[in-house]
Write a protein that binds this ligand. Structure first.
Ligand code: SF4
Length: 62
């Protein structure tokens, strides 16, 4: 399990500092989540921190 960012990403960068496991980084045209690192915020937050801050709701669980 992990989360994924869609092409709707506006490159705002809001999610990157919120991730407790540093799974998010700036890609060439959008931010990307390393799905091998993402833990769905289990053990850190009640809901995914990146989803909570994304202003355009472009992050979903895979
Ligand atoms: Fe990071 Fe949590 Fe988002 Fe996964 S769900 S990328 S662990 S903030």
């Amino acid at each position: 399990m992990a989360h994924r960012i869609t092409e709707e990403c506006t490159y705002c960068g809001a999610c990157e500092p919120e991730c407790p496991v540093n799974a998010i980084s700036a890609g060439e045209e959008m931010y990307v989540i390393d799905e091998d690192v993402c833990v769905d915020c289990v053990g850190y937050h009640d809901e995914a921190a990146c989803v909570a801050v994304c202003p355009v709701d472009c992050i979903y669980k895979v």
